[in-house]
Design a protein around this ligand. Structure first.
Ligand code: ADP
Ligand code: UDP
Length: 239
């Protein structure tokens, strides 16, 4: 497989075309960003870690019969994937109270388990600060249809079950995560983008230690962030 040309450079990944119009390559950069891109740094080795963690988790989903874009790794930082027609929604699934949800609903205690997993839609737009969407908003904005929104939610809950089990086996609590879904050539929904410490919250089940990007959001140094990403790599890929 060869990289053809750069078709897009995002905050943390570069997208390349390949000779096959149905396949693209996602190259994970060492960059880390927060506050919709307003805070940024470089964490040496992060691209390789996120690529390996994502590849491991996509493989785990596929093993359980969940459709994803993943094809294979092409080098230590790059993943060959099916090109999808991406839905411009960030789907968040929450199992425990944290982040924005904790800030919006102070009647829920931070860290408390929700009575059932919660699925939320956010508009993927840094300029607008990713506003929360109701299903009717998403349909009105032309992002999805009623039927597809239902299928997206069901798929997200299946991913949640698979990842929760996988993480529990490694003594990790899957607090919440963000998914990006897309449509393949036959219109079927597949899990796209990435699955790693940048887009999920993971807490050690025993110590409660944070093993995700929150350490960076809360001001940890480059060396500390590097250490946490390295530990997650060992727990998820190494174990
Ligand atoms: P951002 O700056 O939007 O966070 P990234 O740096 O993550 O972007 O770049 C990756 C881009 O590739 C995102 O816009 C994402 O939606 C898109 N993408 C991810 N997986 C696929 C796929 N399978 N097909 C097409 N586009 C994809
Ligand atoms: N998330 C993400 N990209 C975003 C916003 C959130 O990957 O642009 C992830 C985040 O890492 C967390 C989950 O989605 O695992 C829920 O984040 P939340 O809505 O609580 O927002 P935050 O507190 O991070 O602003």
């Amino acid at each position: 497989v060869c990289f053809q040309r750069k078709i897009w450079e995002g905050k943390t990944k570069i997208v390349f075309s390949t000779k096959d119009p149905n396949l693209i390559i996602l190259k994970f950069k060492d960059d880390i960003t927060a506050l919709d891109g307003k805070k940024r740094d470089v964490i040496p080795g992060k691209g390789r870690i996120n690529a390996s963690v994502s590849s491991k988790l996509f493989t785990e989903l596929e093993r359980r019969g969940i459709l994803t874009h993943f094809v294979k790794m092409v080098n230590s930082t790059s993943m060959l994937v099916r090109k999808l027609d991406m839905i411009k929604i960030e789907i968040v699934c929450r199992n425990y109270v944290a982040g924005q949800f904790a800030r919006r609903f102070p009647m829920f205690k931070e860290g408390a388990k929700l009575s059932r997993p919660l699925v939320e839609f956010y508009l993927k737009s840094d300029e607008l600060g990713d506003p929360l969407l109701t299903e009717d908003h998403a349909i009105l904005l032309g992002l999805t249809s009623r039927g597809e929104a239902l299928r997206a939610k069901a798929l997200t809950l299946r991913v949640n079950e698979a990842l929760t089990t996988f993480m529990a086996e490694r003594n990790l609590k899957l607090v919440d995560f963000k998914l990006e879904l897309g449509r393949d050539g036959s219109g079927k929904l597949r899990v796209g983008d990435e699955l790693d410490a940048d887009c999920m919250r993971l807490w050690d089940s025993e110590t409660g230690n944070v093993l995700d990007k929150d350490v960076y959001r809360k001001g940890a140094s480059v060396a500390e962030v590097q250490k946490i990403y390295g530990e997650l790599y060992r727990r998820v890929v190494g174990g």
